[in-house]
Write a protein that binds this ligand. Structure first.
Ligand SMILES: [Zn+2]
Length: 194
């Protein structure tokens, strides 16, 4: 596992050097604070009254398997610094995009020219998925694995291929989404030279 992660890190560093990644949109305008954690927990069936720290969610990749990582997460050394604030998963135009875990859709709309869907989870984390044309109205609860939209036909830094960018934030801290997956699932690491 350690060696695999090291390879991923090296690949991500190479990708960053090769192209100025701008993936990972700034925080969408839709504020998740409108939905308190008890509401989120209830919506996700995690049990009302559970403390925020007591909520345990199971995350899964937001795409049907097999999942291929095109660009790994690369934590920025500082909030304003360059980095890759999420993971890019290979996908085709129109691919179904799934909620990585239960929660509430708290944003669906354009951010910096790209359509973004945000799912706020009862554990306090937020998943942002782009470029995704949302199919669930804002404010609606979703369960893990539920369809929340489809991949938009928009070029990203994966061009000419297409990918889904999945970012996860806990407060203002970006997490590696892959670290949330129990066994990293049926994930394939795609060599960048391929
Ligand atoms: Zn990305």
């Amino acid at each position: 596992m350690t060696s695999t992660l090291a390879v991923v890190g090296a690949a991500a560093a190479f990708a960053l050097a090769a192209s100025a990644l701008t993936c990972g949109s700034p925080a969408p305008a839709g504020s998740p604070t409108a939905f308190d954690r008890a509401t989120l927990a209830a919506a996700a069936g995690a049990g009302a009254g559970a403390g925020a720290g007591a909520v345990t969610l199971t995350y899964a990749p937001p795409l049907d398997p097999p999942v291929t990582v095109m660009h790994a997460f690369d934590a920025p050394p500082a909030p304003w610094a360059a980095g890759h604030r999420g993971v890019d998963l290979a996908a085709s135009d129109g691919a179904p995009v799934l909620a990585p875990a239960g929660g509430i859709v708290t944003f669906a709309g354009p951010v910096a020219g790209r359509p973004v869907v945000v799912v706020s989870h009862p554990d306090g984390r937020r998943s942002s998925l782009e470029p995704v044309i949302g199919s669930v109205p804002v404010g609606e609860p979703v369960t893990g694995g539920q369809l929340v939209g489809t991949l938009a036909d928009i070029a990203t830094h994966c061009a000419p291929r297409r990918c889904l960018h999945w970012g996860v934030r806990d407060g203002d801290t970006y997490l590696d989404p892959m670290s949330l997956l129990p066994l990293h699932g049926p994930v394939v690491l795609l060599p960048l030279d391929e």
